[in-house]
Design a protein around this ligand. Structure first.
Ligand code: SF4
Length: 296
């Protein structure tokens, strides 16, 4: 009985042992399979990674080649362009010198606010460039001609003709440029040509009305005194009235004489001008009515 029991026990033990052994064996196989799979995966991943890396490397290489090509192209284009720009600049400045192009600051249709034609609708063409340097100048942006685009006079005239029969050329100082081609083109369209100038440069162009506004800094030159239709002196202080008389002594007897208060000191100088004109009635008062009307 005891022997049978021991035998059974040993038998079960051996059986269990074999079972455990089989389990371990199976586990080992599974482990090996998993390990193999992981190994394969890592291997495959490494291959894929290498391929991707190679591809990226090639891509970078191609990108570098393209970049080099673009750079070469840009450099080539730039040097050609600089050359073209220089050529163009040279041609443009020749055209500007001849008055066929002008540095156009602005153009607008408004009411002439000052002088003899005040109240008349007119098209204003403001040409850039002035070296007179009035400290109270209200269009200092006009001084540097380089900042205003050289514009074909045909284009300026075509615009002007759409708006008015009366064209006022102002600045800046328009006589820094040859006004002959512009005024000739305006006259061909049967337009009235008016100029507002300090007279600091030689008179050019064909004018129906010349408004001479002389400045102490740079006095008028040449024949403009005889040709002026109106003399407009801007009064900033008392001494400007003396200057106005000196200038009036040089214009023709038909020239209409105006004293105009400088806008920033108008409250101070207007009473002085009013008194002076009442005592010297050859003079008239000119006001910048466009500024009171709040129009350009
Ligand atoms: S001449 Fe006319 S544009 Fe020139 S600085 Fe004097 S006010 Fe200004």
């Amino acid at each position: 009985m005891v022997f049978e029991f021991v035998f059974e026990f040993v038998f079960v033990l051996v059986f269990e042992f074999v079972f455990v052994f089989e389990f371990v064996f199976e586990f080992e196989l599974v482990f090996e399979l998993v390990f193999e799979l992981v190994f394969e995966l890592v291997f495959e991943f490494e291959l894929v990674f290498e391929l991707v890396f190679e591809f990226v490397f090639e891509l970078v290489f191609v990108f570098e080649l393209v970049l080099e090509f673009v750079l070469e192209f840009v450099l080539e284009f730039e040097s050609n362009n600089t050359y073209l720009c220089r050529m163009l600049k040279k041609d443009i400045s020749k055209w500007v010198d001849k008055g066929l192009m002008l540095p156009l600051m602005e153009e607008f249709y408004t009411i002439q606010g000052e002088g003899f034609h005040k109240g008349t609708a007119a098209y204003f063409i403001r040409i850039g460039g002035c070296d007179v340097g009035c400290h109270w100048c209200d269009v200092k942006e006009s001084w540097d001609a380089e900042t205003h685009p050289p514009t074909m006079i045909e284009h300026i005239v075509a615009n002007a003709a759409k708006f008015s029969d009366t064209i006022v050329i102002t600045g800046g100082e328009p006589l820094m440029w040859d006004m002959a081609p512009l005024t000739h083109a305006l006259k061909e369209k049967k337009l009235q040509t008016h100029i507002e100038t300090s007279g600091a440069y030689t008179l050019s162009g064909q004018w129906d009305w010349i408004c001479l506004s002389p400045k102490k800094n740079k006095l008028p030159v040449g024949e403009i005194y005889e040709k002026a239709d109106e003399l407009k002196v801007i009064v900033y202080n008392k001494h400007d009235v003396i200057f106005a008389e000196e200038q009036a002594a040089q214009v023709s007897k038909n020239c209409i004489l105006y004293l105009q208060p400088e806008w920033s000191v108008r409250d101070k100088v207007t009473p002085l001008i009013v008194d002076y004109v009442m005592q010297n009635p050859k003079w008239k008062v000119s006001l910048q009515t466009h500024k009171y009307l709040n129009i350009p």
